[in-house]
Design a protein around this ligand. Structure first.
Ligand code: IMP
Length: 209
């Protein structure tokens, strides 16, 4: 191969490579658009409604705990986004910690089995602890967490949940602070997932099955 031919083939390979890359980006952008459009059809709670409620909850919590210091415990992964917005609306000194518990996996019904996947880093003895949850459904997860955390003797232990689906409750448990009560629908977005997808939606939508 002459020097010139080698040079032409080299340039063609580069153009082909850039072309493939651009095509890939186009595909992923259109897939994302389709993904968002499908969920936008089923919006249950708009971003503005959620943000307004989060502000209101932050104000109430700041007032109720005035003069105290809070330890906010987020239940991963569902509460992550709600918690991030909530704490930015709480005007108190506070620290954060996280627990991860097993969820439904790729199913939309509760297995009733609760397993701690990640425990707290901090000792909660004598502290004002606020658990932040995404949603209470059967109540099994929270019931287990409450019993577990109470045994560590915090000064106070309260629950703040963004959503509540009271119709499917199996055990008696209710949040001290609640965003919205919703009907028995499987919802996604604002931290809530289906098979680990949709957590980044800024609104809450009903999953189409
Ligand atoms: P519970 O133990 O039945 O109260 O379920 C609590 C957990 O189940 C929540 O923290 C969620 O992770 C998950 N979950 C329950 N309902 C939904 C839903 O509608 N969408 C997404 N996750 C849900």
């Amino acid at each position: 191969m002459s020097k010139r031919m080698w040079y032409d083939s080299f340039i063609r390979s580069i153009i082909k490579f850039i072309g493939n890359f651009a095509e890939g980006a186009e595909i992923s952008t259109s897939r994302y658009r389709e993904y968002m459009e499908n969920t936008e059809k089923n919006i249950l709670l708009a971003e503005s409604d959620i943000q307004e409620k989060v502000k209101e909850l932050g104000k109430r919590i700041s007032k109720d705990y005035e003069g105290r210091e809070l330890l906010v415990v987020g239940i991963l992964k569902g509460a992550l986004i709600f918690m991030a917005d909530l704490v930015r609306n709480i005007s108190l000194p506070l620290t954060l910690d996280f627990m991860a518990v097993s969820s439904y996996g790729a199913s939309t019904t509760s297995s009733g089995v609760v397993r701690i996947l990640r425990d707290l880093e901090q000792d909660i003895y004598g502290k004002d602890v606020l658990i932040v949850e995404d949603i209470i459904d059967t109540g099994l997860t929270l019931n287990y967490l409450l019993a577990n955390l109470k045994s560590r003797q915090p000064r106070t232990l309260k629950i703040c949940s963004l959503l509540d689906k009271p119709t499917k409750r199996v055990v008696e448990v209710s949040p001290d602070y609640l965003g919205f009560e919703i009907p028995d629908l499987f919802v996604i977005g604002y931290g809530l997932d289906y098979a680990e997808q949709y957590r980044q939606l800024p609104y809450i939508a009903v999953l189409e099955e």
